[in-house]
Ligand binder design. Structure first.
Ligand SMILES: [Zn+2]
Length: 145
């Protein structure tokens, strides 16, 4: 193809004023030369280009924060509640309902809640044991006198 041939090339689509160097030839020789937008044999490529743009948009939307509401989770008062929360958070993250950023913060908070809950439970148990011990000592003393 000579330079003058390149310069006189036109898109076969009526009224398309694309610059000559953007005019493409049909590799199968079925269609007249045309630009990327009008080439009949490039329909699939155009579709792919569009869907790639669509995927990029979806990826952008995926980065937007997504949250659960308290209705999804219920109360957090017992370790069983914490277990339910963790499984709901995990499920929501896997299905894309909850963004992974929100999920990791929530799970960290849940971990802290569980640890403090354990400590409270231990303190209560300790107080109970102390009271029991005091009662036993009183009883023993009472038995001796
Ligand atoms: Zn064209």
């Amino acid at each position: 193809m000579t330079t003058s041939e390149v310069l006189t090339r036109r898109c076969s689509h009526e009224g398309c004023g694309v610059t000559p160097h953007l005019v493409l030839d049909d590799p199968d020789g079925v269609h007249a030369p045309a630009c990327f937008s009008h080439a009949a044999w490039l329909e699939e490529d155009r579709e792919l280009a569009r869907s790639k743009g669509g995927l990029r948009k979806a990826a952008k939307d995926r980065k937007a924060p997504r949250y659960l509401d308290t209705h999804d989770l219920g109360d957090l008062e017992t370790p069983a509640d914490a277990q339910r929360w963790a499984s709901i958070i995990a499920g929501a993250t896997v299905t894309g309902r909850l963004s992974s950023n929100a999920a990791s913060v929530a799970l960290k908070a849940l971990q802290a809640w569980l640890e403090s809950h354990e400590q409270v439970a231990l303190f209560e148990r300790l107080a109970e044991l102390e009271a029991q011990m005091a009662r036993t000592i009183t009883m023993t003393k009472g038995g001796r006198t």
